[in-house]
Design a protein. Sequence first.
Length: 128
Amino acid sequence: MASALKNEDLVSYRRILQTLRSRLRGDLDRMTDEALGRPAAGASGSVSSVPLHMADLGTENYDQEFTLGLIENEQGTLGMINEALDRMEHGTFGQCAECGEAISRPRLQAIPYARHCIRCARKLEGGE
Ligand SMILES: [Zn+2]
């Protein structure tokens, strides 16, 4: 573990992750309101009631569909942020979940919730 993260690094990554998380949560709340808040007839107010068939959606619904896509994305990111904070608790933050190698510093700075080192990320994405 020659390249283990220093405590002060962990502290700053934790701060970044927590900031990201609260910002995402704020975004999600706002977008969920936007997506579901419009007075659509018969809407029950739950995400699962939103029609999923693209063909049934007119352009009017495009914005809503788009927002729901963003919500899905951000929920995924939020999950990864929570996992990263969990890993911090367990002392495995900054380690690749695939090969166990340290994730490079520039990568962590770009994506502090990254699960994999760049090599494994490329491999897993099938980019080769
Ligand atoms: Zn790896």
